[in-house]
Design a protein around this ligand. Structure first.
Ligand SMILES: C[S@@+](CC[C@H](N)C(=O)[O-])C[C@H]1O[C@@H](n2cnc3c(N)ncnc32)[C@H](O)[C@@H]1O
Length: 426
């Protein structure tokens, strides 16, 4: 094992602005160098809209503390409006709120660590501190830069995702979702080797919608050449910190945070949300010295839907990803195009179409049966089963949400005609 390993978050995608993130041309990385400490913003960001977007994400990370503390204060005020007698019935209420505020401060500490590794943060802070030196156009940008409750909600959600991917508490959930995909990828590698002695690093695995990066990291730990892709800066900043830097900042027991502190409904015991969770549960530097692992920022269709990606991948692994599409058929089109003939697509997830309830966004919502029919046009489905999985679950909550996920392994038909694929020039 190399004792210091880092993962590059590189930019990719096109300059066209999509829903979330948008960095430009591919800087796909080779992680074979020892001690390759990477800084995510190697080249200046050129798209002002993208810069604004990133600044808004940064602002949300920074405002998390005050907005969340204010919410706690509001709850405190509501309680203090009660008569003394009613207050005396729940003597622990105020004390719990104060402890909750302390937990939020701890979360803020983690978020500050994450932000400290985001290069753009520096320029943003400088802009805030030296507002009087700003040009008119800078001021215009600053004036319109705002973040909303929905942005803070994304920060809170990232805390849950960090728990899912990098804490001991998330382990049962990872066993349900990631382990079947890891096992299936191992089998695909065996099939790829066909009894010959083959370097696992030649087996190219893509993980679109990689989230906080654990599944991609686990596959890299197997020795495969792995690339994760995501377009949400909330996730990218956080995974960059955990994969590259956290080991320098944590004590032996890990870094403390409180992912459930904002879940104030369906609580059995206040201790359930006030107990610390620690990350990471593994030394994130422990990848084989020969491993080749990168994370690429950008919209999946924009990054991989270009000609030079055609037939480049041996295996595509999607976990809770397919239903994030505006158009799931477009995702399938890209997957079938980028896989080598005979290459494997491993999927696990529900069909909770993310844009189904968004009035002003397109959304194609097909059933699993319709999805199967489309897949069979281009793939041989080797195996399929339904698996019950949870997602960022609070194991002690009175509310339990379980998905019946479709888990399948499919191989791209060798005769697929790419000339009709509709893949854009890249
Ligand atoms: C439901 S989460 C699943 C994350 C991870 N696979 C897991 O199982 O924890 C979906 C992820 O896909 C990412 N995503 C959604 N649409 C995307 C797109 N068009 N391109 C790249 N990533 C996308 C989101 O940012 C999010 O991290």
């Amino acid at each position: 094992m190399a004792d210091r390993r880092t993962i590059q978050v590189s930019r990719d995608g096109s300059s066209k602005r999509k829903k979330e993130s948008l960095w430009s041309p591919p800087v796909v990385t080779n992680q074979n160098e020892e001690e390759s400490y990477i800084h995510s913003s190697a080249a200046p960001l050129s798209d002002p809209e993208e810069v604004r977007h990133i600044q808004r994400v940064i602002l949300a990370f920074r405002r998390y503390l005050n907005v969340s503390l204010a919410r706690m204060d509001r709850r405190k005020r509501d309680f203090l409006c009660l008569s003394d007698e009613l207050q005396s019935w729940v003597p622990t209420y105020i004390q719990n709120l104060e402890q909750g505020k302390e937990a939020i401060r701890k979360n803020d500490k983690l978020l500050r660590y994450i932000l400290s590794t985001v290069e753009n943060f520096e320029s943003f802070r400088a802009e805030e501190q030296h507002g009087s030196n700003l040009t008119d156009s800078d001021k215009a940008v600053r004036y319109t830069l705002e973040c909303y409750e929905s942005d803070i909600e994304k920060v809170r959600s990232v805390l849950l995702h960090i728990m899912r991917d990098w804490s001991k508490l998330g382990e049962p959930e990872r066993e349900e979702c990631y382990q079947p995909l890891i096992n299936a990828t191992r089998k695909e590698f065996e099939r790829y080797c066909n009894s010959a002695e083959v370097d696992p690093a030649s087996f190219r695995v893509l993980v679109p919608g990689a989230g906080l990066g654990r599944l991609a990291w686990e596959l890299a730990r197997e020795g495969f050449q792995v690339q994760g892709n995501d377009f949400t800066y909330y996730s990218l900043f956080s995974s960059n910190y955990i994969l590259n830097y956290i080991m320098e900042d944590t004590q032996v027991e890990g870094m403390e945070f409180y992912p459930f502190i904002h879940q104030t409904t369906n609580v059995v015991d206040s201790a359930d949300i006030l107990s610390p969770v620690y990350i990471p549960d593994v030394d994130t530097r422990q990848l084989p010295s020969f491993s080749n692992f990168s994370m690429v920022a950008g919209d999946f269709v924009e990054v991989y839907g270009c000609k030079h990606q055609a037939e480049q991948w041996d295996c595509v692994v999607t976990c809770f990803f397919m239903d994030t599409a505006h158009n799931i058929l477009e995702y399938i089109n890209v997957i079938k195009t980028i896989l080598k003939p005979g290459g494997a697509w491993l999927n696990l997830g529900p069909l909770l179409y993310h844009y189904a309830d968004t009035e002003d966004e397109p959304s194609i919502e097909i059933s699993l049966e319709e999805l199967r029919r489309v897949i069979r046009m281009f793939f041989d489905i080797e195996f399929e089963e339904m698996r019950t999985c949870s997602y960022t679950r609070n194991p002690r909550s009175m509310l339990e949400l379980r998905y019946r996920c479709s888990f399948f392994v499919a191989h791209k038909k060798r005769a697929t005609n790419l000339s009709n694929s509709g893949v854009a020039d890249g």
